[in-house]
Ligand binder design. Structure first.
Ligand code: BGC
Length: 846
């Protein structure tokens, strides 16, 4: 072990580093600007104008004020392609949108571990936004994959906050380099789709900071996101959109964010509290009721006009700068050519992201002389993106079938093999087995179908459709050389795993994935992706297995910081494929680790027969830590391309996140003193190089008595009792049980509690409609949204037709008080009248 000079002291051969260097305490006080940036405009705005400015005019647009030269701006989803709706707008991916390039989804891109590539994709997304006159692109999504059942995991990067944050920051830098604004979403702790708008995440401060916020912190500080989308849920009893701790203390004061916070569509609960606590723009269409609410709150003293002015200033900055950028943007002379170029980039993105999970006896790449059967419905029509607001109307979609001819693989035939919707089909099966029998190898394209992965709906299990499993078993009997190509945006169980000699995991590969996959199979491209989430053996192994999804309001994050590999690694739970894992056609050797005070250097050599890229990962752990922590945590990574025989020395720097943990007693980031393990791995389970580094701690104050957090000390957290959970929470567990009457914030699906028979009937009907659509294999996203949305959202998404007063009346009716009907009716007429008056007042200002 080498010993280093300053700022290092020597002790027992270890380098002792003064950790203050990295223990930056995040006290960047946000300067309260005396003079706002757009003071001159704000001074000229009436309170009515300012209040109206802070909520959407239509599904995607803000309000314009021509007399003040304030134009409207346009927002569009989403994270893997621009979904600009020129006609009827909806936020669920139902109505058509203009054609755009569908890139691999975040779950796929994260497997590339390639920030440069992600930034390039970001640039392309920004360019397409600017072409379509979209000012704000609603992505990236970087929620942590707490549980593999979350229906939106395909839209998110990883189970690890560091990787998520780095990829998100790269995406944002790319988008924003074109002049459009990106939107980091969904802030925060939004990890369940079930009743996503009526769910309270109960999470301790340390877990919140280390797991659920660190990615956002990186996205804000390193990506400089201009906007952030507040999530639907509550965090520790306060809606994310009005959460002072999240939006003011952390986002704005600690991280220095000075952009606009935009609500998720329908996520505003108390608009005034949102504005007071740092939320800038309510979307989509609460009508002028929301504006009146702000004015009434100023009059009552609930908020001040200064609160409104601060938010107006932020929104003006977004509107005016993105509009100005659009004026200077030079649109492509040939849009088709631009799309063609982006198609190529989407293909490259897939090449870099596909993960080779298994390759027994080097069966891949398939040689030219090998006769291959191509089997699977996905070979005809790829499964390449998820459903919901991120769904892109792709400019074109490549399929395996159409690209076979020129791919360099000798093909004996191509058949569907199975029905996509899961139905058994004996004729198809037979045809496939016959083809397999007359071929040298089988290329089997399979995985999750469309109905398995969608926004608004959590998965019920981790299995692929049974008809595919049955076919695998039959094919394996006919041909021992099975090569599986998986399409799935999130984790699947693989009890059929042993039937395959090779497995290539393509996740959701975007519109140009087919060509990339064929190039990998034929060996033109050497696979280099590595898993950004753990592939477990069975769902029951998931750390949050007993806590997810919450059936009632409170979702208790009892597993704490032990999410993903942090748990499996620490608790010693075997997995199918670990975090960070992925094979290559070549081999790499790691050597010569040098741990320096500011980072590590080591050498990687390509020792195999193919050129290729390796993703090396830096993990840090503290054996014998007094403050419980995972055995190891990702703190850096690098992707290096090496020709055969070539070697490179690489450096990964430490940063302020390398050694820190959140101390709930001192209420800041601290560093525990001790001798840290510094590990370089080809995955979290394949550590190639290791050394130690001694670090001086920043506090002696212990956050917990270790005997009171025994489960957390050894990572066995699947059954954390109340007392232990309360210890890490620092307070008693809030009561999430049913309170007797339905409220504005209860979800429509909770009407099974309603006193009104009609309400229970509607609830039943909605439920039946959903079940029917699920059985038909096409989730009805509209009904799903309604089913899970709280009553108040009716007022927030109907363009001024329904006021909050009317919803209050409606909830009374649901609770069996028919007097509420009067409130609905009188509220309707009052709302109409007040809307007209407000519009007239705005008109008169012109
Ligand atoms: C989703 C967001 C999306 C928004 C607008 C919401 O339902 O949660 O991710 O950006 O709709 O479509």
């Amino acid at each position: 072990m080498t010993v280093y000079d300053n700022p290092v002291f020597f002790r027992r051969g270890c380098a002792i580093v003064n950790s203050e260097k990295w223990s930056e305490t995040e006290t960047t006080e946000r300067e309260i600007l005396q003079e706002m940036k757009y003071q001159n405009i704000i001074e000229n705005m009436t309170l009515k104008e300012k209040a109206a400015f802070l909520s959407g005019k239509s599904e995607w647009q803000t309000r314009e004020f021509p007399r003040l030269d304030i134009p409207a701006i346009f927002c569009s989803d989403g994270p893997n392609g621009v979904r600009k709706q020129a006609g009827a707008g909806d936020h669920l991916g139902i109505n058509p949108s203009v054609p755009a390039t569908c890139f691999p989804t975040a779950a796929t891109m994260a497997n590339s571990w390639d920030e440069e590539l992600e930034q390039k994709v970001g640039v392309a997304l920004g360019e397409e936004s600017m072409e379509e006159e979209v000012n704000v692109l609603l992505g990236p999504g970087l929620n942590i994959k707490r549980n593999p059942l979350c229906g939106r995991n395909f839209e998110y990067f990883s189970e690890d906050p560091y990787l998520s944050g780095k990829m998100a920051a790269a995406f944002i830098r790319g988008v924003q380099s074109t002049g459009a604004a990106a939107c980091a979403k969904h802030f925060a702790v939004n990890s369940q789709e079930l009743r996503r708008m009526a769910m309270n995440a109960v999470v301790d401060e340390r877990t919140l900071r280390e797991i659920y916020l660190t990615g956002f912190e990186i996205a804000i500080k390193e990506g400089n996101a201009k906007t952030v989308m507040s999530s639907y849920n509550e965090v520790n009893g306060v809606y994310a959109n009005e959460n002072e701790h999240l939006l003011k203390d952390i986002l704005r004061d600690e991280w220095g964010f000075d952009g606009s916070v935009i609500t998720d569509w329908g996520a505003s609960n108390d608009h005034s509290l949102g504005v007071k606590n740092g939320s800038t723009l309510e979307m989509p269409t609460p009508g002028l009721d929301a504006a009146r609410e702000l004015i009434a709150s100023v009059e009552s003293g609930k908020i001040s006009e200064k609160d409104i002015d601060e938010r107006v200033d932020e929104l003006l900055d977004l509107v005016l700068t993105t509009t100005e950028n659009a004026k200077h943007y030079k649109k492509a002379a040939d849009k088709k050519a631009l799309h063609e170029e982006h198609h190529k980039l989407a293909r490259r993105a897939c090449e870099e992201s596909a993960v080779l999970l298994k390759n027994e006896g080097g069966i891949l790449p398939v040689g030219e002389k090998v006769q291959a059967a191509v089997i699977g419905d996905f070979a005809f029509e790829p499964r390449y993106q998820g459903a919901g607001s991120s769904m892109v109307n792709s400019t074109k979609v490549d399929s395996i079938k159409d690209m076979l001819e020129s791919c360099g693989i000798s093909v004996t035939g191509i058949v569907h093999g199975y029905q996509r919707d899961g139905k058994e089909d004996e004729a198809m099966k037979k045809e496939a087995v016959d083809l397999a029998r007359r071929s040298d190898v089988v290329l089997f394209f399979f995985g999750l179908n469309e109905k398995s992965e969608t926004e608004g709906l959590d998965r019920k299990h981790l299995r692929i459709p049974q008809n595919q499993i049955n076919l695998i078993q039959e094919l394996a009997k006919a041909n021992a050389n099975m090569i599986g190509i998986i399409s799935a945006g999130s984790v699947i169980e693989m009890p059929w795993h042993h039937h395959f000699k090779a497995l290539l995991h393509t996740a959701l590969m975007g519109q140009a994935g087919a060509g990339a996959v064929l190039d990998i199979l034929s060996g033109k491209i050497n696979p280099s992706g590595k898993l950004a989430e753990t592939y477990i053996k069975k769902y029951e192994d998931t750390p949050s297995y007993n806590y997810y999804p919450s059936q009632e309001r409170n979702s208790e994050y009892r597993e704490g910081i032990y999410v993903g590999y942090r748990y499996f690694d620490t608790a010693g739970v075997p997995v199918n494929y670990p975090f960070g894992y992925g094979l290559s056609y070549t081999t790499f050797e790691y050597e010569n680790l040098q741990v320096k005070p500011d980072g590590v250097t080591f050498t990687i050599r390509n020792t195999g027969k193919y050129d290729g890229a390796e993703i090396a990962q830096l993990y840090v752990g503290l054996p014998g830590a007094k403050v419980f922590r995972p055995v190891k945590e990702l703190k850096g990574f690098t992707k290096v391309f090496l020709k055969t025989g070539e070697e490179k020395t690489v450096t990964i720097k430490f940063d302020d996140k390398t050694f820190r943990y959140w101390n709930m007693k001192t209420n800041k980031w601290e560093v525990e003193g001790g001798v840290y393990s510094i590990m370089i791995g080809a995955s979290c389970a394949d550590i190639r190089l290791q050394d130690t580094l001694a670090i001086i701690g920043t506090t002696e104050i212990m956050p917990y008595y270790t005997n009171r957090v025994a489960s957390y000390m050894d990572g066995k957290i699947q059954k954390v009792g109340n007392e232990e959970f309360e210890t890490i929470l620092g307070h008693s567990i809030p009561d999430g049980s049913w309170s007797g009457e339905l409220g504005m914030n209860d979800a429509l699906c909770q009407m099974y509690y309603a006193k009104s028979g009609i309400a229970r009937f509607i609830c039943k009907k909605l439920g039946e409609k959903l079940k029917k659509s699920e059985a038909a294999g096409v989730p009805d996203l509209n009904t799903l949204f309604q089913y899970n949305m709280p009553f108040r959202a009716i007022a927030k998404m109907t363009g001024g037709m329904v006021s909050m007063e009317m919803v209050e009346g409606l909830v009374r009716v649901v609770n069996g008080h028919f007097s509420g009907l009067g409130k609905v009716i009188s509220g309707f007429f009052r709302n109409q009248k007040l809307n007209k008056q407000y519009e007239k007042d705005l008109e008169e200002q012109k």
